[in-house]
Every structure is written in structure tokens, then in C-alpha cells.
Write a protein that binds this ligand. Structure first.
Ligand code: DCP
Ligand code: MG
Length: 430
């Protein structure tokens, strides 16, 4: 530790004692969990994310699991929802097929998700967040942004210390752990919360932002998924540092509005504020095509992918929806929205997809579309979703989807739906 460490503001995350020396351990309690940062007294935008959320809740409720690898998943979908950090050491990851996870970690204890219980914990954690600030923006079942600016007087403490106290309280009173990211903007607060998981607390200050980002991959930037990263890579761009050397006009010419985002976020410029905009009314996903599409099999492939995305977001936000909404925009910018209400709420990609397919069937008449979207509204708690007697076993589900595709095939000829049918093959691979 350099001598100057003594002059950098810092405190102990265990006993909260201010640290006035550059020592490696807390002078009061001996803990090594010290937090020091030049901007520690001024930063106030936080992102908090629970560690291995479902698994931590299960471990809390069964102390025998404490030292064992635990995987949450299975049930209707044969994939891993999450795994505890012990199972992750063995290579288990979220969204991995369960059989692969068990190959990697055969000794793991597998537990089916109990969404009702996790939602309860979410509500508890959220209520405690609201004691810190009214500016809480939940992003999913286990994470939220918090704006703590102006809360010093209320808490008689700087935001950083209030957050450390909060993390300690969650451990003591809820029995799970969280990781905190503290910065001056949403982008870097979210990045920071992921740096030191589990039980992390990372700070990214204004002064270091550009340097911090320089060596990182472009995928760190919000909205840069695998597809867009491939586009960037084709253009020779891999690191955020490369974006930092490019002109805004150039990036916008190449990538449209996304170019502007790349320009700004690569430089740590992010003015988005923490919005408390109430509860979501619908969950949806849409895509605009590069070239207009009329072929059913292409539309179906997009519908399939988007349905998976909607289902993932529903799972992550602990929601289910009862009305499926299909959205189309024609080449001449006319919108078509079609709804169907289900017998029970759903959070399954297959049910969303099949319902969307039935709605889509009536719209494929040679019209060229520039956009397709699928979503669900009438949101509710997932506890009542997809009652087993109403949800077909996998084989019947596949058959139903194939039925619908066959209908289209009858209507438009065999080859027109050949690719749509690959959907059936993909499912079998899982
Ligand atoms: N989840 C899921 N399917 C996924 C990803 C997540 O069902 N593909 C669920 C289970 C997670 C919860 O959402 O516990 C929160 O997601 P996170 O991405 O925050 O993952 P964890 O909290 O499990 O782990 P981490 O410590 O990395 O945050
Ligand atoms: Mg988490």
C-alpha cells in the first residue's frame, strides 16, 4: 500500500470504522474488507445485485447446503436458472442445460425453483432499499439502481457508508448476500457491482472512468450483444478504447443511434437518471429487419427467438403475463397489433411462441414487414402461471408448433416453411 493511501478516504465494510492509515486490515476489527477510493465521499449512484440469488435463498433455508454445490433449475425447463458460487467453480452457469451442468458437477444438489419464495425475498430487499432512498429502480428480480444523492442528512452518513451498512443488514436480516457497485452513472454502477462478486463493493470514480474502460471489451457496453459485437469485430473494433478514439459523427454514420451510445458510453458519459416509473405493464421484445420480410419461415424464426427473450425477461423479473401481444409493422410503416388472452398466465417461451404463431398465421399474406415484436401484458405473480395440467409435455408442445407450421405450409407451399421447421430440430438439441 503506498504511503498516500492514508489520505484516501476509506472505511471498513465490516465495522464501518473510518480508516485513517494505509494499513491492509481494519485497525478496529482486523477485517481485510477495507474500501478506499478518492471519490468515496461524493459518489451516490449505486447498483445492487444479489449474489447467486435463488441459490442463496435456498442455502439460507437449509444450512446443510452451506458448503455444497447447489444448482437451481430443472422443472419445466431442463436448464440451470442459477448455481451457487461453489458450483460455478466447477463450471456450472445460468442457462446451461441441466445434463451438462451435472456432467461438470455431478455431486451438485439440484433444487427446483420456488418463485413464490424468491418473490417474497425480493419484496423484502426492495422495502429495505426504499428505506435508503425513494429513488429505487428495480431492473430484475434481484437487482436495482439506487440514487442516494441528497440522502446524507437523512442517514447522517455518505452514500458509500449507507450502502455498506445496507449490505451488512441484508446479510443479518434477510440471510443472503449482495454486491454493490458505486459510481456517478448507471452504466458504471452496474459494471462495478459485477467486478467483485460475491459480497463485493466496487467503486468506479469519474477520474478513472476512461482509463478503466480502455482495455475492456465492447460487450461491456449496454446494448452490445453477441450480434452487434460481431458487427463491430468485423469492423476491427474489439475494445472500448478503440471506440474512445473515434469521432461521434463517424460512429453514428456507421451504426446509427447505437453509434451515439457507443461514443458516449465508451467515454463514461451517461446521463440516464434513476426512474421509479412504477411497475411494468408489459414485457415484450421486438426487432426491426435489415431488409423487409414477407416469408413466413423468416418471420417465424424471429418470433421464436423473440419469444425466448420475453420468457427470459419474465423469469428474471419474476413475472407472468396472460395476454400475448403480437406486433407487426408493414414496409409502409403501418402498425398491426394482435392480442390473445390465455386461460392462465404464462412465463414459457413455448406458450408465448405458439400463441404468437396463431396470431401471425392470419397476417402472413404476402405483406412485407419491417418489424416484428412479441410480448405479454396482464402481468401477474408467476405463482399461478402455467398450471401443469394445462401445459403440454414437451412432445405435445412440439407437435402443436409443428401443426401450426404445417398449416402455414399447406397455405404457402412446402419450401416456404422449410426454415421455420428448423425450430423443431433446435428444440430437440436441448
Ligand atoms: N435467472 C434465471 N435464468 C437465467 C438467469 C437468471 O432464471 N438465465 C434467475 C436466477 C438468478 C436470478 O435470475 O438467481 C438473478 O439473476 P442474476 O443474473 O443476477 O444471477 P445470480 O443472482 O444468480 O448470480 P450473480 O451472483 O452472478 O448475480
Ligand atoms: Mg444476481
Amino acid at each position: 500500500m503506498p504511503d498516500s493511501a492514508a489520505s484516501i478516504p476509506g472505511f471498513c465494510r465490516d465495522c464501518l470504522k473510518e480508516q485513517t492509515s494505509g494499513a491492509r486490515r481494519c485497525l478496529a476489527c482486523g477485517s481485510p474488507r477495507l474500501l478506499r477510493h478518492p471519490e468515496l465521499r461524493s459518489l451516490s449512484l449505486a447498483h445492487i445485485d444479489c449474489d447467486a440469488f435463488y441459490a442463496s435463498v435456498e442455502k439460507r433455508d437449509n444450512p446443510e447446503l452451506a458448503d455444497k454445490p447447489v444448482i437451481i433449475g430443472g422443472g419445466k425447463r431442463g436448464v440451470v436458472s442459477t448455481a451457487c458460487y461453489i458450483a460455478r467453480i466447477n463450471g456450472v452457469r445460468s442457462a446451461m442445460p441441466m445434463f451438462k451442468a451435472l456432467e461438470a458437477c455431478p455431486q451438485a444438489v439440484v433444487i427446483k425453483p420456488d418463485m413464490e419464495k424468491y418473490s417474497r425475498v425480493t419484496r423484502e430487499v426492495r422495502a429495505m432499499m426504499l428505506e435508503l432512498t425513494p429513488l429505487v429502480q428495480p431492473l430484475s428480480i434481484d437487482e436495482a439502481f439506487l440514487d442516494l444523492s441528497g440522502t446524507e442528512r437523512l442517514h447522517h452518513d455518505a452514500p458509500a457508508r449507507t450502502l455498506a451498512r445496507f449490505a451488512r443488514r441484508i446479510e443479518q436480516e434477510v440471510g443472503i448476500t449482495v454486491s454493490v457497485g458505486l459510481s456517478y452513472c448507471k452504466f458504471l454502477a452496474k459494471v462495478a457491482s459485477d467486478l467483485q462478486k460475491p459480497r463485493g463493493f466496487s467503486v468506479i470514480g469519474q477520474a478513472e472512468a476512461v482509463d478503466f474502460l480502455k482495455e475492456r471489451p465492447v460487450t461491456l457496453i449496454w446494448g452490445v450483444g453477441k450480434g452487434f459485437a460481431t458487427t463491430l469485430e468485423r469492423d476491427g473494433i474489439r475494445t472500448i478504447g478503440q471506440l474512445q478514439t473515434m469521432e461521434e459523427a463517424d460512429l453514428m454514420r456507421r451504426y446509427g443511434t447505437m453509434g451515439q451510445r457507443l461514443y458516449r458510453l465508451s467515454r463514461g458519459l451517461d446521463e440516464r437518471t434513476v426512474e421509479t416509473n412504477g411497475e411494468a405493464k408489459s414485457v415484450s421484445s421486438e426487432t426491426t429487419f435489415n431488409a423487409d420480410i414477407s416469408r413466413p419461415e423468416e418471420l417465424i424464426a424471429h418470433l421464436r427467438r423473440l419469444s425466448e427473450q420475453v420468457a427470459l425477461r419474465l423469469r428474471k423479473s419474476a413475472l407472468a403475463g396472460q395476454t400475448v401481444v403480437l406486433k407487426l409493422k408493414t414496409a409502409d410503416f403501418k402498425s398491426r397489433t394482435r392480442n390473445r388472452r390465455l386461460d392462465s398466465p404464462t412465463r414459457l417461451a413455448d406458450r408465448i411462441f405458439r400463441t404468437g404463431l396463431r396470431l401471425l398465421e392470419k397476417e402472413v399474406d404476402g405483406t412485407k414487414y419491417r418489424l416484428i415484436g412479441i410480448g405479454v401484458s396482464d402481468l401477474s405473480d408467476p405463482a399461478r402461471a402455467d398450471p401443469p395440467d394445462l401445459v403440454d409435455p414437451l412432445a405435445t408442445r412440439r407437435a402443436a408448433a409443428e401443426d401450426a407450421i404445417n398449416k402455414l405450409r399447406d397455405k404457402f407451399g412446402k419450401t416456404s416453411v422449410e426454415t421455420g421447421y428448423t425450430f423443431g430440430h433446435r428444440r430437440r438439441d436441448r
